[in-house]
Design a protein around this ligand. Structure first.
Ligand SMILES: [Zn+2]
Ligand SMILES: [Zn+2]
Ligand SMILES: [Zn+2]
Length: 925
């Protein structure tokens, strides 16, 4: 009598609370809560306290806005480093920091205070700046925590903390001790809108339209004494410039000593230019047939003079090697107060460093006609005036790369002012920096060349700023004679005051309170001093950030790695290098890693005005922080990172695949106790042994990628493994064993042992990338020996030799090739409607003898491998494998759907195959 039975009650179907729908936006904050409750970060530090040290020193972001995708990219990469090093067993604390002083905040506060600022004291304004910075430290801190980044968020380093300010002073003292700090009047980049000097790192080059003009300077010196052919001629020197506003400051015309120059006649007038440029100039200026009267070398005219084209002043002929024939006339307009080269030449010829432009970019009142006029507006007026008096020969517009202020985005000018500088060449500072660059490791390797070029080219470091939100330059001026008192000893005294009272004390105390009692001016004996009112470049402050290292046993100096965007070759890597060398004779890093910038899907920068700006907040609240983290793991961060709607869809899709793969694994081991039920390796099925071997190989590759900071290799290796080996093969073919074998059978436990191994190892290997999801799965992963309460307290797996079976991988490679051929044949017969499902098929393999042994060994696996009901192996003498597909005899088992001639034979359970009958019988008895 056939027994009725509900089939699905006899199957071991997957069971899990791990849902397909991630709802990360909801779950992630809960997981963060859980981490806080268990004091996870402290536990991680405690666990690894005896491990080797690995320090990533955080470059402080600027505390003036919400986090954007770029800051998210930077912090998440740092978190990949810290979390992976931690799981390798390193003691790797993360001390985050913020850059709090400086122009961007001060300008923002200016805008907020408006008129009110005029009635406020400097201290009050600084307090407003401090409040502003603290507000954004809080906002950013929340943002970073929300991204799943572990660190000492309760006690970050802030560049406005008194002790930090004191350290900045101590590092400046090191430069004073070397004798590399000096005050001088030199042209520097100057922003007329922000009214301050700017460092190289604060300059952005953008295209700008400028006038391009040719102007004549009539000769004063009588050239006919040297060249009689010029007797009685009206001779002028032709110069070319794109900054007409610098003409009022012209003091000289530079010639290359070795170039050949010519005096040529055009319509009764004689002009001097480089000889080689005559054809080009003649074309631009519309000169018909210029007649060369005489040629000479630049050095022949040194010391001669021309008259300024519109000011009653002489312009001296000087020699300079930097004159080129790329553009212009070869006779270079020289204004020592408005250009770096011009300055050097001016110094060499003892010219005044004349700068008739004030800090708002306006001509000073002493400049005839143009006094009070903004220099860029003056361009037009000067051109008009020269047109009228006939000294302008040509006016065009050119578009060229021009320096702009990094903050206000407006064009800057070159302007000589009295500033504090650090000499790059005194005491071989630059040379030492270049030597140290060689010793560090640079990822990507071209970074070394980039920073080398920057260091080779950088002029003396202008460290003074004409603002108030920062650390003051600790210099004192004699009230009587102006003598400057600034040295190591005084700087260290100021440091001590700052460490207790902060840099506000500079504005609250009298000069005498900082100086040793009885200090007298060495020049005039006066005891009265005034304090310097310039502050220090913020890049110096952040360059001293490595001072937070070396104070704690777990944060030694130097750091192992600095990791920032590639704009920092010019900024922070550079300033840290010099500050490190001055203070500690070495750079504060052993390795520097850089990443690219975030662009949209078309490769454009993201901006609010382009409408392609995406806030991390938006992604986090709709999709989850994990999606951003996965994006960063998917890309090669050394290049620019693209992001947009389509890319987002791809990331979400990838996340879903990973999540579902984990879901399948965790769902099928719900009744598995790893410690008691684990099947020994030698008793595992050969298929299981193969996938274990594969897992180990993949795991080793991932560990290597972590060691090399190649996170995209980590992701792609795992992802390929999940989609190719697991989802479309292994996890598919073991379903029958998992669902239909007896619950506690060796076959099913073999699959579960294997699944547990894969799941656990892949979770551990993915934990630095997806800290939330791996934690979510970890919570419900079966309890096993030494299981930690959080996955982030675990270590990476080691893959010991006990699993080593490289032979099996080779054998399976052959089997997989056979499998692919069989699947192709099955597809054909299915299309021909011979069979419906592959389980209706019987596969007959005719095997050439060399392959026979292999197939015999794996005979039992073949049904599973092909997902068919029976496989027959026949030997034959041919060369190639032959595959025949037949319809299998027998009936379909109602439980496992495979076909068997046994179906219908049982008295009690005619609806089942032999295996299923036995399983069901066991359940029923
Ligand atoms: Zn500006
Ligand atoms: Zn004096
Ligand atoms: Zn069955």
């Amino acid at each position: 009598m056939a027994k009725t039975i509900e089939v699905k009650d006899t199957l071991n179907l997957p069971r899990t609370s791990f849902s397909m729908k991630a709802k990360l936006y909801q779950k992630e904050p809960e997981i963060i809560e859980k981490w806080n409750r268990m004091n996870l970060y402290q536990k991680i530090l405690k666990k690894n306290e005896n491990g080797p040290s690995f320090v990533l020193h955080d470059g402080p972001p600027y505390a003036n806005g919400k986090i954007h995708l770029g800051t998210a990219l930077n912090k998440i990469l740092k978190d990949f480093v810290i979390k992976s090093k931690t799981m390798m067993g390193y003691k790797s604390p993360y001390l985050p920091g913020w850059d709090c002083h400086g122009l961007p905040i001060e300008i923002r506060v200016d805008q907020l205070l408006k008129e009110k600022k005029k009635e406020m004291s400097i201290i009050d304004v600084r307090e407003e700046c401090k409040k502003y910075a603290l507000k954004y430290v809080d906002i950013q801190r929340e943002g970073f925590i929300r991204l799943g980044i572990f660190g000492e968020w309760e006690r970050p380093y802030l560049t406005m903390n008194p002790e930090y300010e004191a350290e900045v002073m101590r590092h400046l003292a090191a430069f004073f001790a070397m004798g590399n700090v000096y005050k001088g009047k030199k042209p520097v980049h100057w922003c007329p809108d922000c009214k301050t000097a700017l460092a190289e790192a604060e300059i952005e080059y953008k295209d700008r339209k400028s006038p391009s003009i040719y102007v004549k300077f009539p000769m004063i010196s009588d050239l006919s004494q040297k060249f009689p052919v010029l007797k009685g001629e009206k001779v002028s020197v032709l110069i070319w410039t794109t900054t007409p506003w610098t003409l009022p400051a012209n003091l000289a015309i530079a010639f290359h000593p070795e170039f050949e120059y010519a005096a040529f006649e055009v319509q009764g007038e004689v002009f001097i230019t480089a000889k080689r440029l005559i054809p080009v100039i003649a074309e631009v200026l519309g000169f018909p047939k210029p007649q060369v009267l005489v040629t000479f070398l630049g050095k022949d005219v040194e010391g001669l003079k021309a008259r300024h084209s519109f000011i009653n002043r002489e312009s001296l002929f000087v020699l300079a090697d930097y004159v080129t024939l790329d553009q212009g006339t070869g006779c270079v307009h020289t204004a020592p107060g408005h250009g770096h080269d011009d300055y050097l030449t001016g110094k060499a010829y003892n010219l005044d460093i004349y700068t008739p432009v004030d800090n708002e970019g306006k001509f000073v009142s002493q400049v005839d006609k143009y006094g009070g006029m903004n220099v860029f507006e003056a361009n037009k007026v000067i051109i008009e005036d020269m047109k009228k008096d006939g000294t302008l020969l040509k006016e065009e517009e050119i578009v060229h790369s021009y320096p702009h202020c990094w903050r206000c985005k407006n064009p800057v000018i070159f302007r000589a002012t009295a500033q504090w500088f650090i000499s790059m060449d005194k005491n071989d500072l630059r040379k030492r920096a270049l030597e140290e660059i060689e010793k560090a490791r640079w990822i990507p390797p071209w970074g070394k060349e980039r920073i080398t070029n920057m260091v080779e080219a950088r002029p003396d470091w202008c460290i003074s700023r004409q603002r108030s939100w920062g650390v003051p330059i600790p210099a004192f001026y004699c009230h009587e004679c102006g003598y400057i008192l600034a040295n190591e000893e005084i700087t260290l005294r100021v440091a001590d005051v700052f460490s207790k009272e902060g840099s506000n004390s500079w504005y609250l105390k009298e000069a005498e309170e900082f100086l040793p009692s009885g200090t007298k001016c060495p020049q005039c004996g006066s005891k009265e001093f005034n304090k310097e009112n310039n502050i220090l470049d913020v890049w110096f402050e952040s360059g001293a950030s490595h001072s937070v290292l070396g104070k704690r046993e777990d944060l030694p100096w130097p750091s192992d790695v600095y990791l920032e965007g590639h704009d920092q070759y010019r900024g922070w890597f550079n300033s840290s290098l010099f500050v490190g060398i001055a203070a500690k004779k070495a750079p504060p890093y052993k390795m520097v890693i850089t990443h690219g910038f975030v662009l949209d899907e078309q490769g454009r920068g993201m901006s609010k005005s382009l409408g392609n700006f995406i806030e991390p907040e938006e992604i986090i609240s709709q999709n989850g922080a994990e999606i951003l983290r996965l994006w960063i793991a998917m890309l090669n961060y050394k290049e620019d990172a693209r992001f947009g709607k389509e890319i987002l869809q791809r990331i979400i899709e990838a996340y879903r695949k990973i999540r579902n793969t984990w879901r399948f694994m965790i769902g099928n081991i719900h009744d598995f106790s790893p410690d008691e039920e684990r099947i020994k390796k030698e008793n595992l099925t050969l298929l299981d042994r193969w996938i274990l071997e594969k897992t180990k190989k993949v795991g080793k590759k991932i560990l290597r990628a972590y060691e090399e900071y190649e996170y995209h290799i980590v992701f792609h290796t795992i992802y390929d493994f999940f989609t190719v080996e697991l989802s479309s093969f292994y996890l598919h073919v073991i379903k029958d064993r998992l669902y239909c074998s007896a619950q506690n059978s060796q076959l099913r436990k073999s699959a579960q042992t294997t699944l547990f191994f894969i799941l656990k190892n892949m979770l551990l290997l993915m934990a630095p990338i997806l800290p939330f999801t791996t934690e979510e799965v970890w919570e419900i992963t079966p309890v096993h020996k030494n299981k930690e309460e959080s996955i982030h307290l675990e270590k990476f797996p080691e893959f010991k030799e006990e699993w080593l079976e490289s032979e099996i991988l080779k054998e399976w490679n052959s089997l997989i090739i056979i499998r692919e051929k069989v699947l192709k044949e099955l597809e054909i017969v299915r299309e021909n409607k011979l069979i419906g499902d592959s389980l209706e098929a019987q596969v007959v393999l005719k095997i050439p003898s060399p392959k026979m042994e292999l197939l015999k060994k794996y005979e039992k696996e073949l049904i599973t491998l092909f997902v068919v009901s029976s496989v027959k192996i026949e030997a034959y003498e041919g060369e190639n494998l032959e595959i025949k597909i037949l319809k299998t005899p027998g009936e379909k088992c109602q439980r496992c759907w495979s076909f068997s001639s046994y179906v219908g034979k049982s008295q009690d359970f005619p609806q089942f195959c032999e295996r299923c009958e036995q399983v069901v019988r066991e359940i029923k008895t």
